[in-house]
Design a protein. Structure first.
Length: 289
């Protein structure tokens, strides 16, 4: 159970970060947000090299280390970042962040294909329960377009969550031939470069002066991001991927509570019902693997 405290720590920090990020989306573009989170955590992650091991021959790591990173850098990160921050900007925190409960659902498929992990019968029941909870949120605060009713912000968050779940499985593959801290640094370094390029392509360079104006708050954010991501990678190195993902997805409870209490978002029966279904579904998936 050494993985559990690392996963729980990551979940709590992630919930707090999502609350802060929602406020930032009003001032920064989607890829600027990605660059802020990644670039300001580079130095703190590098400092962790003094406290945690790195590969003995990190200049000659096998292809198994690099191919998951390439997919994460150039495919998953751009997609998940764009849709995550669109969802946070356009929806309520207590409405979008709970969609993270879908992570174990999506992770079951990617873990089965890439790691050979098979879901149990009760795990499948848990999936159905989480899907039902997602449907409740999808219909919460719906909009009409072409005769169909749906919540755009929730749909954006579903796409982002799907990318995060696949990325978690790929993380595990790379960590198996590396170390958590070294992988965290390389992941962050590559992501920072990708987001810097995307900022230029999508003409978000004007956000850079605004970043410098908030240098110290973003530095603190970077420190917590470094601790969060490294703790997450340590959890993956010690425990089963599906278990870690399930605990990480529980961060939606904290974030939803922050949204209702601090952002004065509505606490509806539909929301509370979906939260309950998410918790029950995650428990079924976790304890029956």
């Amino acid at each position: 159970m050494l993985w559990f405290p690392f996963a729980l720590f990551s979940a709590v920090i992630l919930a707090s970060r999502r609350t802060y990020e929602k406020n930032l989306t009003n001032s920064f573009g989607n890829f600027s947000m990605g660059f802020i989170v990644q670039s300001f955590s580079l130095l703190p992650t590098l400092v962790l090299f003094f406290f945690f091991p790195i590969p003995d021959d990190f200049l000659h790591l096998p292809w198994q280390f690099w191919w998951p990173l390439l997919i994460i850098w150039f495919v998953l990160y751009p997609i998940q970042t764009y849709f995550l921050y669109r969802g946070l900007r356009e929806g309520e925190l207590s409405q979008t962040v709970p969609i993270m409960a879908l992570m174990p659902v999506f992770n079951l498929a990617s873990s089965f294909l890439l790691l050979g992990e098979r879901p149990s019968l009760m795990g499948m029941v848990g999936i159905g329960i989480i899907v039902l909870g997602t449907y409740l949120l999808l219909m919460e605060g719906t909009q009409k377009e072409h005769g169909k009713r749906y919540n755009k912000a929730v749909m954006y968050t579903i796409i982002a969550t799907f990318c995060v779940a696949i990325g978690s499985t790929l993380d595990k593959i790379s960590i198996n031939v590396s170390t958590p801290v070294f992988y965290s640094f390389m992941n962050t370094l590559g992501a920072s470069v990708v987001f810097l390029v995307l900022m230029n392509i999508y003409r978000q360079r004007d956000d850079i002066p605004k970043m410098l104006q908030r240098f110290w708050p973003f530095t603190i954010l970077g420190i917590f991001q470094a601790l969060l991501y490294t703790a997450k990678m340590l959890a993956f190195s010690f425990g089963p991927t599906s278990y870690v993902v399930a605990v990480l997805s529980s961060s939606f409870l904290f974030a939803a509570l922050f949204g209702i209490i601090f952002l004065k978002e509505k606490c509806t029966i539909r929301k509370m019902s979906s939260f309950g279904l998410f918790v029950f579904g995650i428990i079924l998936i976790t304890v029956t693997r």
